[in-house]
Write a protein that binds this ligand. Structure first.
Ligand code: UD1
Length: 426
């Protein structure tokens, strides 16, 4: 199994191209099932999760081609064409690897009238049920049965518009229901919706396909069903979690880095935090530039929450930063239970962190020490890489497949700005 070796201590200088957003790209791919016409997706990231979604979509009869970008910063363009849905079965072996596979339920029900989908796996960050998705589809007239780890969903006469309020502003449930409602009969009003930028990106893509949607980016989304959707060409938004990760990398290691293609508007909460603790972030005509001099960042509390608050997907990275900050901070995780699995690994590197329920108390230390570490989920793994950038000596991050799910060419991007980091093939 591949691993990543980092020798800490280098300041970062130069530019990093930001890839298209994984969490948008996966949903746009699934939504491409909604039309029998070809769809072209630009600015696609090259990631293991994208391959997993491609494998799944091909099982349904989707025809796919990729035009590869030549080098770093040159994204892929994907053409997807589901002329006919040949099967609506999503097997456990594919779905367990990636929870976002469950997002095919809405498009399949809407276009095909039935689907059999394995209950999802994904990152080990808590129970992560899909009850909101299923209740929402039931409210739209689908019949849902659970048997042997599978969801059997059927809406033979088509989904029907309804009013449904999510108990929590779930990203996946909002997006799944949106992709069902676009072809439903009549009007669907979704309340307490996710307002995440990726959810808006999906909505804009559906509008480009001919869907009638209003209220994107607010808690109430109104969708008037149409009879059919057409093909479209759409460019995936920049990845705000990758952007935030490299902003924090620069804040940890110190230096000057321009994030080319990055967007300030989707990273407001992190930018505000970084500025308070001594890292400058400025908009440039190509993206964002991040600067920190040699002074240690100051400690500051943070609480994760739904957008526009601080994202849970940057919590582990922010904890790496706080572990070398001047002072003590409290990090509260409100979106997922059990999302502190990086803590024991960071402790192996000398971080002082105490977890009590949903709060981690981090007492900043002057230096971390390199160590062999292992990560259990995507964002946790990258937080260990960030800690390695500033640790004394060598850090080896094992189980790199987690990183490959969501960070395109991480080691190339970081070594391009002066970090000593390499992939060691097993
Ligand atoms: C998406 C993102 C993930 C991010 C998360 C929160 C993708 C592929 N993944 O995940 O990176 O961390 O949003 O921003 O886009 N819940 C239920 N029942 C449900 C659905 C969710 O109880 O039916 C709970 C979950 O267990 C969790 C919370 O709601 O505690 C938020 O989950 P949700 O917003 O649905 O996250 P995902 O869509 O899975």
């Amino acid at each position: 199994m591949d691993r990543i070796r980092i020798k800490g201590g280098n300041r970062l200088k130069g530019e990093i191209p930001i890839s298209g957003a994984k969490n948008s790209a996966l949903k746009l791919m699934a939504a491409s099932l909604l039309t029998d016409e070809p769809v072209t997706l630009k600015n696609m990231p090259r990631l293991a999760d994208i391959e997993a979604m491609s494998d799944l979509l091909m099982q349904f009869g989707m025809n796919m081609n990729i035009r590869r970008g030549a080098g770093l910063g040159q994204s892929d363009t994907m053409r997807l064409h589901a002329a006919k849905i040949e099967s609506a079965f999503a097997p456990y072996d594919i779905v367990r690897k990636m929870r976002a596979s469950f997002q095919v339920l809405g498009p399949l029900l809407a276009r095909h009238g039935e689907a059999k989908i394995s209950l999802p796996g994904g990152c080990a960050i808590g129970a992560r049920p899909v009850d909101f998705h299923l209740k929402g589809f039931e409210a739209m007239g689908a019949s849902i049965e659970l048997a042997d780890g599978y969801v059997l969903a059927s809406a033979k006469g088509g989904l029907k518009g309804t009013t449904f309020e999510f108990p929590f502003a779930s990203v996946g449930a909002t997006e799944n229901l949106m992709t069902g409602a676009v072809l439903a009969e009549g009007r669907t009003v979704l309340k307490n919706c996710a307002r995440e930028p990726e959810t808006q990106d999906l909505g804009n893509f559906l509008i480009a396909m001919g869907a009638k949607i209003s209220g994107l980016g607010t808690s109430e989304i109104v969708i008037d069903g149409v009879d059919r959707l057409s093909g479209a060409t759409y460019s995936v938004m920049p990845d705000r979690i990758e952007t935030g990760t490299y902003m924090i990398a620069t804040a940890i290691a110190g230096g000057d880095v321009e994030l080319v293609g990055a967007q300030a508007s989707s990273n407001g909460a992190l930018i505000a935090m970084l500025e308070k603790i001594g890292t400058e972030v400025k908009e440039t005509n190509r993206g964002l530039s991040v600067h920190r001099n040699g002074v240690r960042p100051s400690a500051m509390d943070v609480k994760t929450d739904v957008f526009p608050a601080f994202p849970t997907d940057l919590q582990a990275q922010y904890m790496a930063l706080m572990s070398i900050a001047n002072g003590t901070s409290h990090i509260r995780e409100t979106v997922f239970e059990n999302r502190f699995m990086h803590v024991p690994e960071m402790a192996r590197m000398g971080a002082k962190i105490h977890v009590d329920g949903d709060v981690a108390t981090v007492t900043g230390v002057e230096t971390l020490k390199g160590a062999p570490v292992m990560a259990t989920d995507l964002r946790a793994s990258v937080s260990l890489v960030l800690a390695g950038l500033v640790a004394e000596g060598e850090t080896i991050v094992n189980r790199v497949y987690h990183l490959d799910r969501g960070f395109e060419r991480l080691e190339e991007k970081l070594s391009g700005v002066g970090a000593e980091i390499e992939r060691q093939q097993a």
